[in-house]
Design a protein around this ligand. Structure first.
Ligand SMILES: Nc1ncnc2c1ncn2[C@@H]1O[C@H](COP(=O)(O)OP(=O)(O)OP(=O)(O)O)[C@@H](O)[C@H]1O
Length: 321
């Protein structure tokens, strides 16, 4: 595979009104011998997209390629046709909320966000900071040092700093890490609102439920590769239709094994010390049939435990499919 030429004659994206298109074309990135991103092609438009994958999948690398911190070893990354690598104009269009807190904690949020506005050389840094602080709703606490903030408020201060120049593309690396459920909901509302305003929002997560609640579209990455991509419902269906393993405990496991095999709802069963292990070909059919056959056979079900629900097994299935 040969490297794709970067698009020539860039037009400063910030000067355009139409929604930006973020594009990866056959992008590969190596750190020495480690292939962190492997031949990924994808396209993002306005709205909220979840970048879902287990630890080490390549999510941060993808975000850093988009932010212009890394250049692709192969392929091209473009935002509205312009490569972010060594093209400072693109920085006016992109805001990044990094995973780590890289903020001096003695600063107040107002000082931190104003400093970010100055770095962007905005004509009125104070007014821009005011607007951004207002957007993330930490105006009330904006004059307190960041070290006095909760995790959720620290994250919001980082989002304000990333939004200070009103970027059309907002990238967030694991924005929900360490947040309690209330803070999480608040951040979700905020990102949903920003996506609704026509911004292109890409956030990384290794938690399925976070992505399900927030994202319109999902990009699933596993071991540097794009494992699935598109509408959340389609990906959810892929996940629930995959083969499942359950451990059942009932009043008569042996009889249950017999009726399940006869029903055709399972591919295999084995009696184990922990109960009856069944391999179901798909989740929906199995759960429907299970209720029916146990009732008909007069068997009492005590427990149904999915035994392969770990994210790794779901990802492994997606990679294989
Ligand atoms: N600077 C680096 N030098 C060498 N290898 C790296 C470097 N940064 C990341 N990697 C490796 O590249 C792969 C992808 O890492 P990346 O941080 O992009 O994944 P991630 O999905 O964001 O994971 P996490 O959620 O754990 O941060 C991993 O195998 C990681 O160990």
């Amino acid at each position: 595979m040969s490297a794709i030429e970067q698009t020539a004659a860039p037009v400063a994206p910030a000067e355009r009104d139409s929604p930006l298109i973020v594009r990866f074309e056959h992008v590969t990135h190596w750190y020495g011998n480690v292939v962190a991103v492997n031949d990924i092609s994808l396209e993002l438009g306005p709205g909220v997209t979840g970048l879902l994958g287990p630890n080490g999948a390549g999510k941060s690398t993808i975000l850093h390629l988009l932010s212009g911190f890394l250049s692709p070893s192969r392929g091209s990354v473009t935002i509205d046709g312009v490569s972010p690598w060594r093209h400072p104009d693109v920085f006016r269009t992109v805001g990044l909320v990094p995973e780590r807190d890289s903020v001096y904690a003695f600063l107040t949020a107002r000082e931190f966000v104003t400093a970010s506005a100055k770095l962007h050389r905005l004509p009125d840094p104070k007014a821009a900071a005011e607007r951004a602080l207002d957007l993330v709703e930490i105006e009330q606490a904006a004059d307190r040092p960041i070290q006095t903030y909760s995790k959720g408020m620290r994250q919001r201060a980082k989002v304000a700093a990333a939004l200070v120049h009103d970027p059309k593309v907002l990238l967030l690396d694991e924005p929900f890490n360490g947040m309690d459920p209330r803070q999480r909901l608040h951040m979700m509302d905020l990102l949903r609102g920003l996506g609704g305003q026509g911004r292109t929002i890409l956030f990384s997560s290794h938690i399925l439920e976070e992505v399900e609640k927030l994202a319109d579209t999902v990009q699933v990455v596993v071991a540097g590769r794009l494992a699935a991509s598109g509408d959340y419902r389609t990906i959810r269906r892929l996940m629930t239709n995959r083969p499942h393993v359950f451990v059942l405990r009932s009043t008569d496991d042996r009889a249950l094994a017999g009726v399940l095999i006869a029903s055709g709802a399972v591919q295999g069963v084995s009696l184990t010390a922990g109960g009856l292990e069944v391999h179901a070909s798909d989740h929906g059919t199995f759960t429907r049939e299970l209720a029916k056959v146990t009732r008909a056979a007069g068997i009492g079900l005590r427990e149904v435990v999915p035994s392969d629900e770990s994210l790794e097994s779901v990802f492994a299935y997606l990679v294989g499919s």
